[in-house]
Design a binder for this molecule. Structure first.
Ligand SMILES: Cc1cc2nc3c(=O)[nH]c(=O)nc-3n(C[C@H](O)[C@H](O)[C@H](O)COP(=O)(O)O)c2cc1C
Length: 163
């Protein structure tokens, strides 16, 4: 059994207006929590109003099958795989979703990865993107948005502040 880690970034195509961002991100969070748990996938999806950055870890077939479904999703576009490799150990404990808020409490943590205060994965090398995700995996435990009820509530708060 091969375990791999796949990382990609893409353009966020979710309309920021009205309640639609909350609804769409809530739906992604819900589907992902359910499916990824069932498929034994760990990782993280981070986003801001322009970009998604995601890492998925798990069995090779499970990761690629999930990725194919995600890639076809019209809520994002220009999906760029930056890395896919066999791994001995996972760096994410479970699956979570987080909002990158460069002007919020993330500023310090993210400072070295931002360009003029913004997340710009298209201007980062694969190594820099992997470093960012590895960094987030370490701090993730305190900020992760897991599928339990209380955590989902936190997720909604986080999504709310996205608008
Ligand atoms: C940026 C982005 C990331 C996503 N990540 C996942 C994911 O990790 N796992 C997942 O099952 N679906 C993910 N989705 C949603 C899938 O594209 C798809 O809508 C969903 O898997 C369908 O699930 P369902 O058949 O259970 O309704 C993501 C969608 C987007 C736009």
């Amino acid at each position: 059994m091969f375990v791999i880690r796949l990382t990609y970034y893409s353009r966020n195509q979710i309309d920021h207006s009205a309640g639609s961002a909350i609804r769409e991100l809530g739906a992604i969070l819900e589907a992902s929590s359910k499916n990824n748990n069932a498929a034994g996938l760990t990782g993280a999806l981070v986003f801001d109003e322009r970009w998604f950055l995601q890492t998925l870890e798990g069995r090779r077939t499970a990761v690629w099958n999930t990725f194919k479904r995600i890639e076809a999703d019209e809520r994002h576009s220009n999906v760029m795989v930056v890395d896919a490799r066999n791994i001995r150990e996972r760096i994410f404990e479970n699956w979570w979703l987080a909002l990158v808020k460069p002007d919020g409490s993330d500023r310090e943590i993210l400072a070295t990865f931002l360009r003029n205060g913004h997340l710009k994965p298209d201007e980062m090398t694969s190594e820099q993107i992997l470093e960012l995700m590895a960094h987030l995996s370490k701090i993730g435990s305190s900020r992760r948005l897991a599928p339990s009820f209380s955590d989902r509530f936190r997720a909604r708060e986080s999504i709310l502040s996205y608008e």
